[in-house]
Design a protein around this ligand. Structure first.
Ligand code: ZN
Ligand code: ZN
Ligand code: FE
Length: 743
């Protein structure tokens, strides 16, 4: 007899019925149950048949299932079996089991959704074992209906029969329901008046066609939706949301509709159609039908395919793309309840919602494909929670608190790291509350209490303050602070399973450096244990400190002061023209006396300086704007780069900046600037002759990534992961595990 223990995403994904069907169809005897680690199978058979069984499990596993490990051991025969059965292990709490992410509607459900003869015809919440909400509805482990927000809905007789039948494709599908027993839609205007209509979905589609803005409750939160081809509607949404130019995501009915908007390559199509359904950033077609207001001044567009039955039904009626942007106001968290969406009633005209509670909010994920590789800009719906490997063994339970922007948090369970979805920026009281609630959720679900809390070195990060608070409250908690840019490199090393000595290039926005300066253009020789800073951009003064992050012109001005001193007042260029004479005077005094002008080596800020001096943008309306705008100006045909020098590991950017000032054509300047950044990395790579690892927000830039991959094909990148501050919590967890390694 054999005992087979399987770990990974094996609960809530139809794994036990799959095992049951596989075993009984091959005439095997035994049983399957959940145990404390995953799924346990007992098989009463010969070795060869057990081996063959395992091979079939690996080959044919259900689509949502992910196997981490299979351990087979020969055991003494303790009982005999008549056939094969599923043992219900009530109460066997499986805290190391993985929670599956929310998954887009599968093809079979889609067929039923449109099948007039099916009892779930046009049921907006149709799901099965292979699709539907998971993470967003779970309160506690194990993943069973009573531990989800579906517990309020009592199954009707028909649903209950499907749920109990191991041969049914809805066997143990926790969110199962139908017109009779499941969640229901409601539709109202912004005064809270219920809109009576024979068919609510028809009515909502009609209003969207008329140019109205409709809030729609999805899986992990609400979207604000309008007709993406209607200039006026999109403009109105921008005004009401106070979002002047940050690109909106666009949802389409299917892949065919997306191809009218952008030329989609094979890899992008695969990603768009995957059951995780992220927003995919693609190059826009010149002749697309979208309103110019959807993604102004940039050549990319974020597209995603309808992923819930409700979205399908709406888009089927509209037959045109819609703007579907997260329902929140600037720094605030995504709305997930009726109370929260009502607070935004000044933005929407109508709201289409349902009565299935969203327990854990989860934004749309964002990804892009470059050189056949997939990169994430936001890890959330469809991916979260993300399970990552911890390179060290540690007995400590680690809570990693991440950074301050694009924050996410992580906990460690044995050798895995569980990473929360993207939480957002910690810029307001509500967002900090929201952040803490995500931590509480992880603690509750995994019955987790930390021994170690790890955070950034930045004293003003809300996450750092919270870490210190936790450590002060409990003397048994150890506190560890990890340098921001080293954490970026550790994260890339972690996702790639790299433990050797490497050259880490951390090009980023500003982060707190070891001596208190604002780093962000760093070269480290490092491994998982420690780092040595071997290079960086020469410090420049960041006029106004972190306020300069939103104002590229302040960075350019700093370089102008450095190069020209008082002569600056006789010059005429885009940067200077954006200030009044008085402002320049004040800033010059601040510059000379180093008032509120911390030193920085941030590479992200250099992109800002270039964007400002070329007149591309002076004050950003969203993060990363200057990089996106510069990408749009890059010309592949320009192969030259600027002269640069590296002295004792210091790269003097003002030398490069001078050459940009002399350039007549801004496309050429932008292209040579990109090429120069690549040459600098290449130069350092040659010098140290170590595996090259990249991390940090600057590497979200597609042009830069493409150029580096071409120049250094074996470069190690955060593939299938984020390179921005969403990666920090993972890097911190790795650093803490290394610090508290159990030998
Ligand atoms: Zn399905
Ligand atoms: Zn039912
Ligand atoms: Fe960062």
């Amino acid at each position: 007899m054999f005992s087979i223990e399987i770990r990974g995403i094996v609960q809530g994904v139809g794994f036990r019925p799959f095992i049951y069907n596989l075993a009984s169809s091959s005439g095997l005897r035994g049983e399957v149950s959940n145990n404390g680690y995953g799924v346990l199978i007992l098989l009463d058979c010969k070795q060869e048949r057990a081996d063959e069984f395992i091979k079939n499990v690996r080959d044919d596993k259900p689509p949502l299932c992910e196997i981490d490990s299979i351990r087979i051991t020969r055991i003494k025969k303790t009982k005999s079996f008549d056939g094969f059965s599923i043992e219900m292990s009530e109460g066997a709490k499986n805290l190391s089991s993985h929670i599956p992410p929310d998954i887009a509607m599968c093809e079979e459900c889609e067929r039923e959704l449109h099948d007039k003869s099916n009892r779930r015809f046009e049921y907006p919440f149709i799901t099965c074992t292979n699709c539907g909400p998971r993470f967003s509805i779970i309160r506690n482990l194990p993943y069973e209906r009573k531990n989800t927000s579906m517990d309020e809905f009592e199954m009707c007789e028909k649903c209950s029969q499907e749920y109990k039948n191991p041969h049914d494709r809805r066997y143990h599908a926790q969110p199962i329901g139908c017109h009779e027993c499941g969640p229901k839609l409601s539709f109202f205007d912004n005064k809270g008046n219920i809109i009576e209509s024979e068919n609510i979905i028809d009515k909502a589609a009609e209003l969207i066609t008329e140019g109205r803005i409709v809030a729609i409750k999805g899986i992990g939160g609400y979207h604000l939706v309008c007709d993406a081809t209607n200039d006026e509607a999109v403009k109105l949404l921008r005004e009401r949301k106070q979002r002047p130019s940050k690109p909106f995501g666009v949802m389409v009915k299917d892949i065919y509709m997306s191809k009218n908007i952008a030329p989609i390559n094979e890899k992008e199509e695969e990603l768009l159609c995957s059951n995780r359904r992220p927003i995919v950033l693609v190059k826009k077609r010149e002749d697309n039908a979208l309103s110019k207001n959807v993604a102004p001044n940039i050549n990319q567009i974020g597209l995603f395919l309808a992923y819930t039955p409700l979205h399908h039904l709406i888009l089927q009626r509209l037959n045109r793309p819609i703007v579907a942007t997260s329902a929140n106001i600037s720094d605030e968290p995504l709305c997930k309840s009726n109370d929260e969406i009502m607070r935004l009633r000044g933005i929407w005209d109508f709201c289409l919602e349902h009565n299935r509670e969203i327990v854990n909010s989860c934004d749309d994920s964002v990804a892009f494909v470059e050189c056949e590789k997939t990169f994430m800009l936001r890890d959330a719906r469809g991916y979260a929670p993300l399970y990552l490997k911890l390179p060290h063994k540690t007995d400590k339970k680690i809570l990693a608190l991440g950074a301050n922007q694009k924050s996410s948090v992580a906990i460690t369970i044995g050798e895995s790291v569980v990473l929360s979805p993207y939480i957002g920026d910690l810029g307001s009281l509500t967002s900090i509350e929201h952040y803490k609630s995500h931590i509480e959720t992880l603690k509750r679900i995994y019955e987790f209490e930390p021994d170690v809390v790890v955070c950034d070195k930045h004293p003003n990060y809300e996450s750092t303050k919270y870490a210190k608070e936790l450590a002060a409250q409990n003397q048994n908690i150890e506190l560890l602070q990890v340098q921001h840019h080293y954490a970026h490199i550790l994260a890339t090393m972690g996702v790639n399973g790299i433990a050797s000595k490497v050259l880490g290039v951390s090009f980023d926005g500003t982060g707190y450096g070891d001596e208190g300066n604002l780093w962000g253009g760093e070269f480290f020789v490092c491994n998982l244990e420690s780092y040595e800073r071997v290079g960086h951009f020469r410090y420049f003064k960041l006029l106004g400190g972190e306020m300069a992050i939103k104002e590229p012109r302040r960075v350019a001005l700093s370089f102008l002061f450095e190069i020209y001193g008082e002569e600056v007042f006789n010059l005429n260029n885009a940067t200077l023209n954006s200030f009044s004479a008085a402002e320049i005077k004040t800033l010059y005094t601040a510059y000379k006396n180093s008032l509120n002008s911390p030193l920085s080596s941030s590479c992200g800020r250099l992109f800002d300086a270039v964007a400002s001096i070329l007149g591309v943008v002076q004050v950003c309306s969203y993060e990363g704007e200057s990089g996106l705008l510069l990408e749009s100006l890059y010309d592949e045909n320009v192969l030259e780069s600027y002269l640069f020098s590296i002295e004792d590991g210091e790269i003097d950017f003002s030398q490069i900046f001078r050459q940009i000032l002399d350039e007549k054509n801004s496309r050429i300047a932008v292209s040579k600037f990109f090429n120069t950044i690549v040459e600098i990395i290449y130069e350092m790579h040659k010098k140290y002759d170590l595996p090259l690892v990249l991390g940090g927000g600057v590497f979200q830039n597609r042009v830069l990534l493409k150029l580096i991959i071409r120049k250094i094909p074996d470069v190690i990148l955060p593939e299938m992961f984020v390179s921005n501050d969403g990666a920090i919590a993972y890097g911190q967890a790795i650093a803490a595990a290394s610090e508290f390694e159990t030998l």
